[in-house]
Design a protein around this ligand. Structure first.
Ligand code: ZN
Length: 339
C-alpha cells in the first residue's frame, strides 16, 4: 500500500507533493533526483497512486491514497493502466533505454480510466540529447492530463531547457539516527544491528534495508570483527592473505568504513572508560578487549593510519598493498616495544 507517511526521511519532498495535490497546483513535470536506493521509485509511485486514487483521504489535512479503491488496488499490483513506467523492461544498456522518441506519441492518447496519465521515467539522466529535445516539445505543451516524473541519479546530463520545465525534487541523505530508528521500529532489528546497517547505508534507506536483510553483510561483519580480534597474533603471511580477501573491489569500501568505525569505537571506549556511545554496541566485549591492547597514544596513531589508508586507496593507490601495510601497522601498534 502506498502512503506518503511511509516514506522515511523525505518530509520536505512529501510535504511539497501533498500540498500540490491539496491545492491543485501540481506541475506537469518533476525531476526526482537522488542516488540509487534513496527512494525515488517509491516516492513516484506513491504520488501517482495519490493522483489517481478514486477516494483520496485527507488525514490531518494531508492527502493519502485510500489503498482500497480500484485504482489503488491496480497501483499496488503495478497494473494501473494510466501509470506508465519507462523502460517497461530492462533493455540492454544504452540501446532502447536512452531513446524515448518512438514512445512519445502515446502521450497524445487520452487516459484509459483515470483523470491523469502519469509517466515515470527511470534512469532519466541517461536520456540522450535527441530524446530530451523530443521530450521538451511535449513538456512545452503537455496535454492537460499528462504528468511526467523523471527519476534521476544526478542532473548534470539534463538540458537546461528540460530542467526549466520541471520542478526538481531533491531527495536528501537520511540522518543515521532516523534510519536506525526506522529499522528498529518497522523492521524489528535489534538496536546494535540497526545502528550498524544505518551507518553503512550512508544515508540511503534502500541500502539500509538491503543490508538489514542480507546474510552476506552479517557474515562480512563477523569476519571483519574476527580479523580485528585476532590481528595481534597474526603473522605477515596471514595479514597478506587477509588484505587480499578484504581488498576485493566489492568489499573494499565497506571494509574501510568498518575498520575506521571499529577503531573509532575502540578509541571512544578507551577515552570514556567504557561509558561512551558505540556504533558496535553488540560487540562491546570485543571492543573492550581491543581497547586493552593499545595505549591511548598508539590508538590515536592507528585511527590516523586508517583514515590515511582510506584516502590513499580512494586516490587509486594499490588497494591490497595499502590494506596490508595498514593491517601490519595496526598489529605492530598493539605489541609492546614496537612502534
Ligand atoms: Zn484509492
Amino acid at each position: 500500500m502506498y502512503r506518503f507517511d511511509q516514506i522515511v526521511g523525505q518530509e520536505a519532498v512529501t510535504e511539497h507533493l501533498q500540498n500540490a495535490i491539496k491545492t491543485g497546483s501540481m506541475s506537469h513535470a518533476y525531476i526526482i533526483n537522488g542516488e540509487r536506493g534513496a527512494g525515488k521509485k517509491l516516492l513516484a509511485r506513491t504520488y501517482a497512486a495519490a493522483l489517481q486514487c478514486e477516494d483520496l483521504r485527507m488525514e490531518e489535512g494531508r492527502p493519502e491514497p485510500c489503498g482500497a479503491c480500484r485504482s489503488c488496488l491496480q497501483s499496488m499490483t503495478f497494473n494501473q493502466p494510466d501509470v506508465i513506467v519507462w523502460p517497461r523492461k530492462k533493455p540492454p544498456k544504452y540501446s532502447v533505454r536512452d531513446d524515448i522518441r518512438p514512445f512519445l506519441p502515446d502521450v497524445q492518447v487520452k487516459p484509459y480510466q483515470s483523470p491523469w496519465k502519469i509517466y515515470i521515467f527511470e534512469d532519466a539522466e541517461q536520456l540522450n540529447v535527441q530524446s530530451q529535445n523530443a521530450l521538451l516539445k511535449t513538456l512545452e505543451e503537455p496535454p492537460a492530463y499528462a504528468v511526467f516524473l523523471l527519476l534521476a541519479n544526478g542532473t548534470d546530463n539534463f538540458l537546461p531547457t528540460v530542467m526549466s520545465r520541471c520542478i526538481t525534487l531533491q531527495l536528501r541523505q537520511i540522518p543515521e539516527q532516523v534510519t536506525a530508528a526506522y529499522l528498529e521500529k518497522e523492521k524489528g532489528l535489534g538496536e546494535g544491528n540497526a545502528r550498524l546497517c544505518a551507518r553503512f547505508s550512508r544515508g540511503n534507506i534502500g541500502r539500509a534495508l538491503e543490508l538489514s536483510g542480507s546474510s552476506d553483510f552479517s557474515d562480512f561483519l563477523k569476519e571483519s570483527v574476527r580479523l580485528f580480534s585476532s590481528l595481534p597474533d597474526m603473522d605477515a603471511w596471514e595479514i597478506a592473505s587477509a588484505a587480499e580477501r578484504f581488498g576485493a573491489p566489492e568489499r573494499l569500501e565497506d571494509f574501510l568504513e568498518l575498520t575506521s568505525t571499529w577503531y573509532r569505537d575502540v578509541l571512544v571506549f578507551k577515552s570514556t572508560a567504557g561509558r561512551g556511545d558505540l556504533v558496535f554496541s553488540d560487540q562491546k566485549e570485543d571492543i573492550k578487549a581491543a581497547a586493552g591492547r593499545f595505549t591511548y597514544e598508539r590508538l590515536q596513531k592507528v585511527t590516523e593510519a586508517v583514515s590515511l589508508s582510506a584516502v590513499r586507496i580512494r586516490g587509486n593507490v594499490n588497494a591490497v598493498m595499502t590494506l596490508e601495510s595498514m593491517l601490519l601497522h595496526i598489529r605492530d601498534a598493539c605489541l609492546p616495544g614496537k612502534a
